[in-house]
Design a binder for this molecule. Structure first.
Ligand code: 4AD
Ligand code: MG
Length: 436
């Protein structure tokens, strides 16, 4: 006997199977019955399809099973594809065989449940159409990031997840018991990347990153994925251009691969396309403050960091992501070098997404001034001996170098037009949640 072949719902919806018999397997998305007919919607990873099960078209036992099967039951069925204008997607399956693989218990998720309930049931809510589309877009974005760097000759380089030092401030470190000692979960790949570039020159990575964020904002996760790059012989402006190209490349890949997902997520395709073809402006921190104080009538003192509120107001003035450079040294990581022309500012940048999605990239040139870094670390109360290995990198053939990190979930949230960053990752970890 010939091996059974299975058709994906997307193939049926493409119209290539009209009047043909197909075998489909998936789950019941919706179902209702009336007398001798059951109307079902089936789903698989590729789409949803209407199916009608009529008594007489299939063995009675199978018809009774169809009547009994609740939503999320898994099944295999075969039938003839018919064109039907009224059906979602324009096609309908007239079922003549149906085999229930698992009769689902009553599904706990029904309409209009609270976001907290849906997070408790995250393992089941992942099946929703919204999250399915988000996860498809996320997969495209992750693939695009790898492709972007590999196409440009970057090597993938891995750093340890357990790290003895901080890089982005001690207050957000996650402490881990390490045998008789203690260590921390990675806050960034960067410090180790600065060792890797002396052998590979241009490197990148994407990996889990941990920050004990005490704030409950719609942009912060405790565990997120950061995509970072580091390269020798590059300065601030070189890496800013790479960051802009990376974002445009990500957008182009999503536009190419996820048109129907963007539609389902109510994201404006044309607007994203426009951005993917635009230049992004670069302004300085001083200019940003000026825009905020003059055009938004705020009262921001020089030296203050730009918080969510300020970032959001700033993006009122731009249709694309905007890059802000030269933040005050005092509020920046110890490794960000002072600008010789204006030593109160650092050779660093943030890229801020439009429409309130916040900082999507943060990066800088790297300091080669061990004395300055030592003083800044001491001021933060750090033990200098933990950084001796890092300072070695400045002693043996030190070269100018720079890099940045992109917050994968921030980019997913922006591109998918999400209300909250939690929906950009399958199982979000936040201040208040690490389950399921
Ligand atoms: O700006 P950050 O802190 O930069 C660094 O960690 C550098 N060491 C990166 C580098 O130069 N290699 O973080 C980089 C990006 C931010 O712009 C933001 O998009 C994201 O990581 N990010 C977060 N995303 C979600 N939840 C959080 N708690 C995040 N913290 C940072
Ligand atoms: Mg930052």
């Amino acid at each position: 006997m010939a091996k059974k072949t299975w058709t994906k719902i997307e193939e049926v919806l493409s119209g290539k199977k009209v009047d043909k018999t197909v075998n489909i397997r998936g789950w019941i998305y919706r179902t209702r019955s009336s007398g001798n007919i059951v109307f079902m919607t089936l789903r698989d990873a590729t789409g949803i399809l209407q199916a009608t099960v009529k008594k007489g078209n299939l063995p009675d036992k199978e018809f009774e099973d169809a009547k009994k099967a609740l939503i999320e039951s898994s099944l295999e069925l075969s039938g003839i594809v018919k064109k039907d204008k009224r059906a979602p997607g324009g096609y309908e399956l007239q079922v003549n065989n149906l085999n229930v693989i698992n009769f689902a218990e009553p599904f706990p998720i029904v309409k209009d449940q609270s976001p907290e309930f849906l997070l408790d049931k995250r393992h089941l809510w992942l099946r929703s159409r919204k999250l399915t589309s988000v996860l498809k877009v996320r997969s495209t974005i992750v693939g695009a990031i790898h492709q972007f760097f590999r196409d440009r000759g970057f090597y993938e380089f891995d750093a340890p997840v357990l790290q003895p030092n901080q890089c982005e401030g001690g207050s957000t470190l996650f402490e881990v018991k390490y045998y008789k000692d203690k260590t921390y979960l990675s806050q960034t790949w960067q410090l180790y990347a600065e060792a890797g570039i002396f052998s590979l020159e241009k490197i990148y990575n994407m990996g889990p990153t941990f920050r004990a964020e005490r704030s409950k904002t719609s942009r912060h996760l405790s565990e997120f994925w950061m995509a970072e790059m580091e390269a020798v012989w590059m300065d601030l402006y070189d890496v800013i251009e790479i960051g802009k190209d990376e974002i445009r490349f990500i957008l182009q890949q999503v536009l190419k691969n996820n048109k129907s997902d963007l539609e389902l997520l109510k994201q404006d395709y044309k607007k994203l396309k426009q951005i993917s073809e635009s230049e992004f402006p670069t302004i300085t921190y001083d200019e940003a403050i000026k825009v905020l104080n003059e055009k938004e009538h705020m009262d921001i003192e020089w030296g203050k960091d730009l918080r969510t509120l300020e970032e959001n107001k700033l993006t009122n003035h731009f249709d694309t992501p905007v890059v802000v450079t030269h933040y005050p040294v005092e509020i920046m990581g110890f490794y960000k070098p002072r600008d010789k022309n204006n030593p109160k500012t650092a050779l660093c940048f943030d890229m801020i997404a439009p429409e309130g999605y916040g900082e999507i990239i943060g990066g800088s040139q790297r300091s080669i001034d061990v004395k300055d870094m030592t003083e800044r670390l001491k001021a933060m109360g750090e033990k200098i001996e933990n950084y001796e290995w890092y300072f070695d990198l400045r002693k043996y053939g030190s070269v100018p170098h720079a890099g940045y990190g992109l917050g994968v979930e921030r980019v997913v949230a922006w591109i998918c037009h999400l209300d909250n960053i939690k929906d950009s990752i399958p199982f979000p970890r936040t201040l208040l949640r690490f389950r399921p």
